[in-house]
Design a binder for this molecule. Structure first.
Ligand code: B16
Ligand code: MG
Length: 216
């Protein structure tokens, strides 16, 4: 078997938080009179909070200071933190629990590799805080996706070489990060429609057979 570890992105792969990110950014954008819509929201997938804010500010004519930007990012995160309190195990995406169980019974290591600093809380709310061998998230890295840092750290913690890792991603930035890290990548959801460079593509995890993942 080529693959010894599977590293999962969190938002958009394990659980869908898209709408909560959208609602929290929308509230901030409305307060600041900045145009924001769901198409712009798609561009925020997988990128860090501050980079997301910079994308939103492309529609603003005002120049914000670094302190003002920090305040806005914190304000958005406070709205988001309230919204994600609604998450429960019912929000785990289809196929996730089954795939995790098959990987465990095949002795394949698993990790979370997420840009989100809210990862620890999200995993708690959905009851998967003890489901992975290790987790690396936005709190542990300096460079966010498409930089491969988050995935390379996860591989290091698992003691598996990058070429033996498969990343599961829903964002273009995440697919690029995995490939730049020398890993294989399964593109799901949004990324499955646009990432021709991914090793494998699937609309969701219900359509994925474990034997196809491990022998690539
Ligand atoms: P936070 P992932 C990413 O998570 C989200 O896709 C992205 O939309 C968000 O901006 C980023 O986390 C940072 O999130 O504000 O919670 O730190 O897809 O890498 O699991
Ligand atoms: Mg994601």
């Amino acid at each position: 078997m080529t693959i010894k570890a599977v590293i999962f992105d969190l938002d958009g792969v394990i659980v869908t938080t898209d709408n909560y990110h959208y609602e929290a950014w929308k509230q901030l954008a409305d307060e600041e009179n900045i145009y924001f819509d769901r198409e712009i929201n798609e561009r925020l997938r997988g990128v860090s909070r501050m980079e997301s804010l910079n994308i939103i500010l492309e529609k603003s004519t005002k120049n914000y200071s670094e302190d003002e930007k920090l305040e806005m990012a914190t304000r958005k995160n406070n709205y988001y933190k309230e919204l994600i309190k609604n998450l429960t195990p019912c929000d785990i995406l289809p196929g996730v629990n089954e795939l995790l169980a098959s990987l465990k019974s095949s002795n394949i290591k698993t990790a979370i590799g997420s840009s989100s600093k809210n990862s620890p809380n999200i995993l708690k709310y959905i009851g998967l805080d003890n489901a992975f061998d290790t987790t690396v998230d936005g709190n542990d890295i300096k460079n966010s996706k498409p930089d491969p840092e988050v995935f390379l750290k996860a591989a290091e913690k698992l003691n598996v070489s990058p070429s033996q890792c498969l990343v599961v991603e829903d964002a273009e930035a995440g697919v690029e990060a995995a490939l730049r890290g020398g890993m294989k990548v399964l593109a799901v959801g949004f990324a499955s429609k646009c990432c021709d460079n991914a090793t494998l593509c699937s609309e969701d995890l219900t359509k994925v057979a474990i034997k196809d993942l491990l022998n690539i």
